[in-house]
Design a protein around this ligand. Structure first.
Ligand code: FAD
Length: 544
């Protein structure tokens, strides 16, 4: 009897996986559990080492669960899914392809391309997919909102809390009995001499990463990983380890057992400078890869609200700052990313202000590699590169600095750097938040600029974040920790840090560029209301 392929993409979990249940219940078919390492995404330009390592940990955990609980395994394919999936459908005699829907337009396009290949080859294979990456099915939200995505958080909150039905309760992982149909772990047979070509790649050092990228056909130049990255990769410790097992543990520690904390959570009151421990849940990497179900998270929060009401007798915090609202932001931006054309770019994007940003590579590099000479910015960017995660308000700070605050560099370039380094990189969320911070979309108070000096002082007057992530500044007195260039030479010598030699001078004068940028922003906003935009001309003048 022909079999079925269950294709794991983002939903890297067994619990609350409606698509997986559908696959194992598909009329007694043998199910091949598959993941595809696609060079379009798995390449150093888009996926830095920490992020790739996190992904592989998710796959290893999934493989381990399949092997130990279900006598099955994960089959890792390599290559373009529009080629390798149809190839395996043919090779394994499969007549059903099942997966969880992905909302991003480029992923929808890929899925359509696969369907077209199957149709062209007269394949009898049927494709079945079901939502699961979000709490509510985006199609359902769209339908109850008259076919249009809401464009403000307020309207999204109304949609979620007043118009939408409560989401379905999360479902358990399939039973061992149902999973008997999964492919046994010793099949398919592999050539022992060549090793198991379908296993999760083992990546222990940078050489292994390069070998993996090469095996995917990523071209030689793109595989180059510079020395600094190699050093950092060896020195840094990602903030969390990947996998469903870790995700469930973390949900239990950070949410289930903390109902008072959950009920009083207000995002602006969480410290961006806290890193040991951080002040928020750090569940984002698991949500991005689907190792935790968003509905499980949603109901865990609701349970906490209920326990809090019973025990403490007070109400919980509300949207847009509550913990539940953080999940709403995710739903909201995912829906916008799915529905608004050209969401991943400035040009052609109807909600994005057309602003003549520069594409200055030297400034971009100084920012990404922590050479701006602003200790707070350099510290946050080091945290990002070495641990793969930074607090939301720290993201605000460095994104504002790169764009309208100081460096006037295009938000798309900052977005790309975040995509490389964040363990939680998510196309819709990343684009939406970069538009927000550059005051290009969703948020328009461009005159509210984060100071890289005064702002971090509020939550970290001693500069502990900087002392940890930029150790060359660890002995700088508190008075100068955020502006060491003002320290007299005697102080610099005593702190073993000479500005200009051991640590750079600031790459720009904050007040000067801030004022100049405000003028440019006013101008760009003005031209929007005049309808006088000549984007290409503006960009040509600003490229350096
Ligand atoms: P918590 O505060 O514990 O929130 C719980 C969950 O809510 C998060 O795990 C996340 O899934 C969701 N969430 C929280 N804040 C937001 C938000 N503003 N927008 C959408 N969802 C949110 N988040 C990503 O997951 N992927 C990204 O690629 C990403 N890029 C960003 C880029 C910029 C410039 C900025 C300013 C923010 C970005 N965020 C992104 C949003 C946010 O910073 C992170 O989701 C959050 O910091 C993750 O930490 P946490 O899990 O501890 O969050």
């Amino acid at each position: 009897m022909p079999g079925a392929i269950f294709w794991f993409r983002k939903g890297l979990r067994l619990h609350d996986n409606k698509a997986l249940i559908a696959a194992v219940e598909s009329r007694g078919k043998k199910v091949y559990p598959v993941y595809v390492l696609d060079p379009k995404f798995v390449n150093p330009k888009q996926m830095g080492l920490n992020r790739l390592r996190f992904l592989l940990e998710c796959l290893l955990d999934l493989d381990y669960s399949l092997r130990t609980k279900h006598n099955s395994r994960l089959i890792v394919l390599r290559g373009d899914p529009t080629v390798v999936i149809p190839e395996q459908i043919e090779a394994w005699d499969v007549d059903r392809l099942v997966y969880e829907d992905e909302p991003e337009p480029h992923n929808v396009e890929r899925d359509e391309a696969i369907k077209a290949v199957l149709k062209e080859s007269n394949s009898a294979c049927l494709v079945y997919c079901t939502p699961g990456h979000t709490i509510w099915d985006p199609k359902y939200l769209l339908k109850i909102n008259n076919g249009k995505p809401p464009l403000t958080m307020q309207s999204f909150t109304t949609l979620a809390e007043k118009k939408a039905d409560p989401p379905a309760r999360p479902i358990n992982a399939p039973t061992a009995e149902a999973m008997q149909l999964m492919l046994p772990r010793d099949v398919p047979e592999t050539d022992k001499a060549e090793g198991d070509m379908y296993s999760v790649p083992v990546v222990e050092n940078v050489k292994d990463f390069v070998a993996l990228y090469s095996s995917l056909g990523v071209n030689g130049d793109q595989c180059t990983i510079d020395e600094a990255d190699e050093k950092e990769n060896n020195a840094g410790t990602p903030i969390v380890k990947g996998g469903e097992t870790e995700a469930l543990k973390r949900l239990s520690i950070k949410v289930n057992n903390r109902h008072t904390w959950v009920a009083t959570f207000a995002k602006p009151d969480t410290a961006p400078t806290a890193f040991d421990p951080p002040s928020t849940t750090i569940l984002s990497p698991y949500l991005a890869n689907g190792s935790i179900s968003p509905r499980l998270f949603y109901y865990a929060i609701l349970d906490c609200y209920e326990k809090n009401r019973k025990e403490n007798g007070h109400a919980h915090t509300k949207s847009p700052t509550s913990l539940m609202a953080q999940l709403y932001w995710r739903e909201f931006f995912t829906l916008c990313g799915r529905e608004l054309p050209h969401f991943g770019a400035m040009v052609g994007n109807s909600i994005c202000k057309q602003i003549p940003w520069s594409r200055d590579m030297a400034l971009l590099r100084a920012w990404e590699k922590s050479h701006t000479g602003f200790p707070w910015i350099d510290s946050v960017m080091t945290q990002l590169r070495t641990t793969g995660w930074i607090h939301h308000l720290a993201r605000h700070s460095v994104a504002c600095f790169l764009t309208r605050g100081d460096l006037w560099v295009h938000w798309e370039m900052g977005r790309d750097a975040f995509e490389r380094h964040l363990l939680d990189a998510d196309w819709s969320l990343n684009n939406a938040n970069w538009m927000w911070l550059s005051a290009s979309g969703f948020f328009h108070q461009f005159y509210r600029v984060y100071s890289p000096i005064a702002w971090p002082k509020k939550t970290d007057p001693n500069g502990d974040h900087v002392r940890h992530f930029v150790p060359v500044l660890k002995d700088m007195p508190k008075k100068y920790i955020y502006e060491p260039w003002l320290a007299p030479l005697t102080v610099q010598k005593k702190a073993n840090c000479i500005i200009g030699k051991d640590y750079p001078y600031p790459v720009v004068d904050h007040n000067t560029v801030k004022n100049a940028n405000l003028t440019k922003m006013k101008d760009a906003y003005g031209r929007h209301s005049d309808g006088k935009i000549n984007w290409e001309e503006d960009v040509a003048q600003n490229v350096s």
